[in-house]
Structure formats: C-alpha cells, structure tokens
Design a protein around this ligand. Structure first.
Ligand SMILES: Nc1nc2c(ncn2[C@@H]2O[C@H](COP(=O)(O)OP(=O)(O)O)[C@@H](O)[C@H]2O)c(=O)[nH]1
Ligand SMILES: [Mg+2]
Length: 313
C-alpha cells in the first residue's frame, strides 16, 4: 500500500518496483492491478514502431522533450532488446538518451522480449497501467516492428507512429511487416540519406490502396532526420492533430474499448487455461482417455466435449 502511494506521488524507485511486480504475473501482481485499475485511464498512449536501427529511440527522445517543454510528464516503455533505453547500448547512445533519463518528469523502462510469465504483451500492458496510475500525461511505447507480439502491443496505443527508413531494400518495410494497417502517422526517418523520397512515394501508393482511405483519418507521411531534430515539430503537430481527431470523432472510445476487450479476453483465457489444466490433473483424466483414443476406442472430439462438460458444468 505504501508502495502504491509513493508511486502515485511520482517516486521513481517505487514505480520501478511496481512495474517489476506486475510484469511477473504472480498473485501479487493481480492484487496490484486490481487495486490500481480504477485510477488509470488518464494517460495518452503513443506507440512507435519500425525496424531495428530506424531511429525510433532517437525520435522518441525528441518527442519526449517536446512534451516536457509543454510541462507534461512522460513514461517510456521500450520493448526492444537493442534499444539504447536499456542502458546496455553503446556509449554514444547512452549520452544521447541521458538528457531525458535524468529528467525528474520522465520515467524510462526497458523490457526484454523474453522472461515475463504470460508473455511480453501482457507484461507491457501491465507496465502501462502502472505508469498510467502513477499519473504520467504521456506514455510512449517503442517496439520493433517485427513479430506479432510487438505489433499487438503497439496497435492498442491511441496513436501509432510507424517508422521507415531508406536503404532497407526495395519494398517498403511497413508492408512486409504488416504494420501498414496499424499506422496513424508514417515517418520516413534518416531522410538525410538517399532514397527517402522513394520510400515516401511507395508508402503513399500503398496507403492509397486502402479501400477505406477516404473515411476518417488520413495517415500523413512525414520525413524526418531524427538525429538533427528535422521534421520533429511537424511530427509532433500531427500526433496532436491525430489526438484531436480521436476526440472529435470519438474514435478514442472505440479504440480503448477494443483494447479493454482484448485485455479482458487475455486474462479470461489465461485463467480458463489454468483452470482446465488443474481439473484435468485432479482427475488424471487425460492419460486414461489418451490411451483409449490411441487404441481407437474413443475419438478426440467426444473427449474434448466431455472435458468441457465436466469442467464448466
Ligand atoms: N543519418 C541518420 N542517422 C540517424 C537518424 N536518426 C537516428 N539515427 C542514428 O541511427 C542509429 C539508431 O538509432 P536508434 O534511435 O537507436 O534506432 P532504434 O533502434 O529504431 O531505436 C543511431 O546511431 C542514431 O544516431 C537520422 O535521421 N539520420
Ligand atoms: Mg530503440
């Protein structure tokens, strides 16, 4: 309880401790989440995704500074083992990030993609809850745009920034990774390099194929040079415009409902799975029935029906 109060007051070690607890998916973490839930929902969630090395952390760093200049507090979760946010990165990166890392109004957390019970997606959502509860105005979630779980994490944000860069091959990376659909704002970073304009054109062409392109929000494409800060003001404006759009159209409610539905479903399925397993163990059901399925006295489908009947009756 003391931990919760301290976290709410913005005490960073307490926030870090709480995140560690909820990441683990233990009974203690369930108790914490139960306790804090009603006091969440105030933060704006912004997802940043794209290939490794595309400049996500550099961009996030700049966006965080823009939020700080407006007096807003910011939490950052980097789900990326190669992120400079880990502190394990090369010296130059650490110096680059140190500006925001030392800021009183900024909390940064790196999460590995392994090692959390119940998966990285659940661990991340739980960590977001803690930052939300702790009262951060903005929460940035950086994930590498490869792998379904990373995409699942980021697509539940209020606004999703998809970062591409020139020089990673002929195809637009976003289309390959299947993240074209989830982008609200597209960034072509490293525009100081050759080929940026071509990436912009390719992205525009792919977005144009969307049958719903004339309905609602039209995702803009912005060229940036994150390392110099070029284009970051424009990106920041677009992030704010998107938020205004979400509020005006009330799409924000829709998004948050979908996010909640997913979360409830995730928790429910996890519990159901545990429950079914424990019932099966209790009755040594599986091994006995398996023998009969093996000898073709029973078929697996009738057995499953029987299990469901027994477990949930
Ligand atoms: N040339 C150039 N380099 C950049 C730009 N933005 C970031 N970088 C560099 O690209 C490297 C990877 O950036 P980082 O933000 O760590 O990428 P992440 O893996 O997507 O988070 C770093 O060395 C950055 O300094 C840019 O716009 N132009
Ligand atoms: Mg990074």
């Amino acid at each position: 309880m003391e931990l919760l109060e301290k976290a709410k007051a913005g005490n960073k070690p307490s926030i870090a401790r709480l995140i560690s607890i909820v990441e683990e998916g233990t009974p203690e973490s369930a108790a914490v989440l139960r306790e804090i839930y009603l006091e969440t929902g105030g933060a704006r969630l912004i997802g940043v995704t794209g290939p490794p090395g595309s400049g996500k952390s550099t961009l996030t760093d700049k966006l965080v500074k823009a939020c700080r200049n407006k007096g807003k507090t910011v939490g950052v979760i980097a789900v990326d083992p190669t992120s400079p946010f880990t502190g394990g990165a090369i010296l130059g990166d650490r110096i680059r990030m140190s500006g925001i890392a030392l800021d009183e109004g900024v909390f940064i957390r790196s999460m590995g993609t392994r090692g959390s019970l119940g998966g990285v997606s659940k661990a991340t959502h739980n960590a977001i809850k803690v930052l939300d509860y702790a009262g951060f105005d903005y929460i940035f979630i950086e994930t590498v745009g490869v792998g379904q779980s990373e995409i699942d994490i980021v697509k539940t944000a209020d606004s999703v920034i998809v970062v591409s860069v020139p020089g990673l091959g002929d195809d637009v990376q976003a289309s390959k990774a299947g993240i074209l659909e989830i982008g609200d704002i597209f960034v072509v970073n490293k525009s100081d390099r050759d080929g940026a304009e071509r990436v912009v054109i390719e992205l525009a062409q792919m977005l144009d194929l969307n049958p719903n392109k004339d309905i609602g929000w039209k995702p803009p494409i912005i060229k940036t040079v994150a390392s110099r800060g070029d284009g970051v003001d424009e990106l920041n404006d677009k992030v704010n415009e998107h938020y205004d759009y979400l509020l005006e159209s009330d799409e924000i409610t829709e998004r948050r409902k979908i996010r909640l539905a997913n979360e409830v479903m995730e928790v429910l399925m996890k519990h159901a799975e545990t429950y079914v397993h424990s019932r099966l163990e209790e009755e040594e059901f599986t091994s006995k029935k398996l023998d009969k399925i093996l000898s073709r006295e029973l078929n697996p489908y009738d057995v499953v029906d029987e299990i469901l009947e027994k477990t949930f009756k």
